[in-house]
Ligand binder design. Structure first.
Ligand SMILES: Cc1ncc(COP(=O)(O)O)c(C=O)c1O
Length: 332
């Protein structure tokens, strides 16, 4: 195994060990134990989830069945929520002997699927303003009744304010989170149950209405969240090598297949400016001369899709590789 970053095949995902730990500690202080249900979709890595568990969080949020399976097999199945609708719960039901499994439902169809496939527990997913899944708030009670009539335990509601979490202005985030949570609390009054699950990294300290916050990006961060007034620091980088240097520009060997680009181009350290990102290349304008073979670091704009492109992440202290973690929750 490579011991120093210079030995790595590039592009490679690097995690700054100290910054990761600081982010985890900061969140565990703000939202201890079951006040946080960390979302694993941002890092897709059971080794990292074990670090989150070590800071006190034993319940986790997942986005895919594959994430649920991987977490259960890794021994992290104390309380797993699939915060997403699925049309076949048989793989989830198969986990029930080794994990506590809860699935989000937002329609008669998804309730029937959960019941048909032998699920035990569900959350009613409520639309709180994000145009994605979730039933209308006034339909939540009816769905909860249906679920109970099918023998399912209804643990409460979830409602992700995803249209709010990334807004740069804190006042706007506060106002819109409150508006969203009014909808969720109204639904919860009809549904009952101990859980009100919501929130993300951008609202982790704003959303005081939810009983648990589903933040995930806080552990590694990205440039989009870096623009907000959050206490978490950038902990993940994509390492690349300079493969061409000319008087006008330089080229590094990471491209569209190494970065999630929906939040824009990655950024660079040391004042270098990203110019063009293509399949296997980033052309950049160096702030000072670089040479072929130099290593450069990019900061991804969106952490979740960036991690999903990589098979492993290298935990580093400076140039030294401390550990290499498989990104083992990829796939569906
Ligand atoms: C259902 C759900 N909950 C919570 C989150 C929070 O994630 P983040 O930490 O990136 O804000 C997400 C992110 O997409 C999500 O889809």
């Amino acid at each position: 195994m490579a011991q120093r970053i210079h030995d790595l095949v590039t592009p490679a995902l690097l995690v700054d060990a100290a910054r990761l730990q600081r982010n985890l500690d900061e969140m565990a202080r703000a939202l201890p134990r079951d006040r946080l249900r960390p979302h694993v979709k941002a890092h897709k890595c059971t080794a990292l989830a074990k670090r989150q568990a070590a800071t006190g969080h034993r319940a986790f949020t997942c986005a895919t069945i594959r994430e649920m399976e991987g977490m259960a097999v890794a021994g992290l199945g104390d309380d797993l929520l699939l915060a997403n609708e699925v049309l076949d719960c048989s793989r989830l039901a198969a986990l029930r002997d080794r994990a506590r499994v809860t699935v989000a439902v937002d329609s008669e169809e998804t309730v029937e699927v959960a019941s048909r496939d032998g699920m035990g527990e569900v959350l009613i997913d409520v639309n709180v303003g994000l145009p994605r899944c979730g039933c209308q708030p006034d339909q939540a009670g009816r769905l909860a009744d249906l679920a109970r009539s099918r023998g399912l335990e209804v643990r409460g509601v979830m409602g992700y304010e995803g249209h709010v979490v990334g807004l740069p202005d804190r006042g706007t985030r506060e106002f819109m989170t409150e508006e969203s949570m009014k909808l969720l609390l109204r639904a919860h009054a009809d549904v009952g149950g101990p859980l009100i699950s919501a929130g993300g990294t951008g609202t982790f300290d704003i959303n005081t209405w939810a009983t648990e916050i589903q933040a995930g990006s806080y552990a590694l961060m990205d440039t989009a969240y870096g623009e907000l007034d959050l206490p978490f620091r950038q902990a993940v980088f994509v390492l690349a090598a300079v493969i061409h240097a000319s008087p006008t520009h330089a080229v590094a060997n990471a491209g569209l297949k190494a970065f999630g680009m929906d939040h824009g181009n990655p950024s660079m350290e040391d004042g270098h400016q990203v110019f063009i990102v293509s399949d296997e290349h980033v052309t950049f304008l160096p702030s000072e001369p670089v040479r072929v073979g130099d290593l450069v670091r990019f900061v991804p704009a969106h952490i979740d899709p960036t991690v999903a492109y990589h098979e492993r992440m290298h935990v580093v202290e400076g140039d030294e590789i401390l550990e290499t973690w498989p990104v083992d929750l990829r796939g569906w």
